[in-house]
Design a protein around this ligand. Sequence first.
Ligand SMILES: [Mn+2]
Length: 455
Amino acid sequence: MTQDKQHSLLNRGEDACNVLKKHIDNKDIIRIISHNDADGISAAGVIAKAIKEEDGQFHVSLIPRLKIDTIKELHNEQYELFVFCDMGSAYIDEINRLKKDVIVADHHQPSKTKEEEHVTHVNPHLFEIDGSKDLSGSGSSYLCVKPMNKKHLAILALVGAFGDMQYNNGFTGVNEIILKDAINSGKLEVFKHLKIVSKDQEPLFKSLAYTLNPPLTGLTGDLEASQEFLEKMGVSYGIKFNDLEDEEKDILKDELVKINPEICSDLFYVAQESPAIRSLEDFSSILDACGKNKKTGLGFSIAIGERGNALDAAITQLNTYRSHLMKGFQWIRREGAVEKEDIQYLYSEDNKLKTIIGTLAGVGLSIDLFNPKKPVIGLSRFQKDIKISGRTTREMVKKGVDLGKALDATSRSFGGQGGGHDIAAGAMIPYDSKDNFLNLVDDMIKDQLNKNNRS
Ligand SMILES: [Mn+2]
């Protein structure tokens, strides 16, 4: 059954590939519109790189979210093929009205409208495949180029999957098929190793503090504690991991495994790449940092293969992002979250914290910075609006918490909008409704927990 569904999805990718090839052959400039996060940048990269390799041309825009107005504006653009990556499935109605060929390569919940003949819709949900963990936006995009013999681009699709946090101690579903292609390209190796970040760039204590996934309780987000930890075991903290003596590496490994056994697991490694992006997770962090610091063009250039100065500039973005993160964790360790009855929240107007509050909430929960029994709601102010990022634990989801539903319903009652998954969700609400919103979310989570108790 599963295989049938996967097969149908792969066929849909082939349909999209035929449309793409037709327009490359016609020498049309192909219009790509994608999301500005790590998955979206990788998705645009997969399509653009394939076009480039086939001697075609493209024009790409990376945007924070697709709006109806954005699609309306495309009516004025003179292109013969539009490709939406990592977005578009919720707007098939509007997209149908574009009277040119369209490919939608997305993995978010699609709208109920059926696509018209000029629209090729590649989305796992259409085939009852879970788009939150089994295929990313860059994965859907990869399926549209896979038939052109582009196995090496499967690597970039995995970078996007890491960006969307679809790796959970392994890849599942269609992501597994993509992983096989990546390995078969001969460029990707997978082996067990210490999964601390930037082993060849940063002094060891920073590598530990910067490692978010798997989380290292007591070390993640804390430069001082990481330094002390290494000093205590007599391992040189100021040099890079890759420069340690083998003996030191062994000591370190033993101690880190005690904190989190998952720290020693599969590393996805491309030996011929530049050191900073040899690990696909490091690659994904760099694209993520470019997106969050509004340097999407830079991120995209790395995705399609630019290195040298561009990569140096992208690494600078990563460093900036990480220094913001460290400040954020410091802030949380100092102030903590404000607890209500059934939720807790973080609120900041600080420019540096705005874009990272969701990460702080999620990682903070995983390293015990918050009460695990209450979902964390991060709020950051953007002029007249507040951006909401909610995170909770698997355990609370089992007890009935569904943040996606809670944030969707509550934000709508204040004229905002929201949604997402049970464990992680987001919303946008007017600034004035902040306090009422928090009270309502608190009530709603209480209801969810009560209902679950009774059933
Ligand atoms: Mn995505």
